[in-house]
Design a protein around this ligand. Structure first.
Ligand SMILES: C[S@@+](CC[C@H](N)C(=O)[O-])C[C@H]1O[C@@H](n2cnc3c(N)ncnc32)[C@H](O)[C@@H]1O
Length: 289
């Protein structure tokens, strides 16, 4: 899978790391020498016995089982989906805000085990990246793997986030608003609004109504949920084990663009996108209104 040119670049950077180069210097060399996909392949393969110095500086990848538990897939097939989203994020940030992701201050909302945060090192140094998640298990997984950046635990119903106010250029929440209840969605969008820069961009993913008929666990009530989606612009089924303050904040969610526009007037929907790699994650781009 890895090209011989990439292997040579990585071997040279391993030598640089072995001589004591900083993680910032190592990341700069990796960005200059590798494509985004090659960088991703390196990241998902760590730690590696043949790369002891790089394996010490960069985070260890989560176990396949952890990857599947958080995303439904693992390894290279999951990386293909991840890269697809990251390219769409970089393209839409450039197209909508006329700026490059390189050097941006980036917040990964609901980061899980740090899947997409790892890819953000291709663009920005760890000091400029804020991975946050309310689940202690997710935070423990990130910490144990040596995930780099301003990792912090957020709240399920946040009023603000552990990040600078007005100080984030790019925020994304992948496969988060596809799961949050109405009140968790409201709280998150209000909290995120406090931290986005005036010229920033937020990318979220939402589910289309087709999701309800596609997921076999909803075979019995797909028609009713599809109807609810059409009527309210929002449909949610709680996963009963996840309750916070007596309320189920997590489950499965679909919503419309009209719902976003009508209920969150301090955000403006400025673009949408999707990728064939995962049609049930529709990307929506918002900027502060
Ligand atoms: C399906 S996983 C996606 C993880 C990661 N974004 C990814 O794509 O690999 C959903 C994540 O959302 C987090 N989460 C759950 N409730 C949340 C809430 N109210 N606000 C933010 N994140 C939440 C979970 O802890 C979990 O890590």
């Amino acid at each position: 899978m890895m090209l011989s040119d990439d292997a040579r670049v990585i071997a040279a950077i391993e030598k640089q790391a072995a001589k004591g180069a900083s993680v910032e210097a190592v990341l700069a060399s990796l960005r200059a020498g590798l494509s985004l996909d090659a960088f991703g392949l390196l990241m998902i393969g760590l730690p590696r016995k043949d790369l002891p110095a790089l394996s010490k500086l960069l985070p260890r990848m989560a176990a396949d089982e952890t990857q599947r538990n958080f995303t439904g897939d693992a390894g290279v097939p999951l990386l293909v989906q991840t890269v697809s989203f990251v390219r769409a994020l970089a393209y839409n940030y450039a197209a909508l805000r006329n700026r490059s992701l390189s050097g941006a201050r980036i917040l990964d909302y609901g980061c899980g085990y740090g899947r997409i945060t790892r890819m953000m090192y291709y663009y920005a140094d760890p000091a400029k990246i804020w991975p946050v998640d309310p689940w202690d298990l997710a935070i423990d997984l990130c910490r144990d793997s040596g995930l780099l950046g301003n990792l912090a635990q957020s709240d399920y119903l946040p009023q603000s986030l552990p990040a600078p106010e007005g100080g984030i250029d790019v925020m994304f929440a992948f496969s988060v608003f596809t799961h949050t209840s109405r009140s968790a969605t409201d709280a998150a969008l209000a909290a995120m609004r406090k931290h986005i820069a005036d010229d920033g961009l937020l990318a979220i993913t939402i589910r289309s109504p087709e999701y309800w008929s596609a997921d076999p666990q909803y075979a019995a009530n797909a028609a009713q949920l599809t109807k609810q989606h059409a009527k309210d612009g929002f449909a949610f089924v709680a996963h009963p084990r996840n309750t916070v303050e007596g309320e189920a904040t997590y489950g499965d969610t679909s919503m419309t663009l009209e719902f976003l526009a009508a209920n969150y007037p301090d955000w403006k929907v400025v673009g949408t996108d999707w990728a064939m790699t995962d049609v049930y994650q529709r990307y929506v781009f918002l900027q502060p209104a």
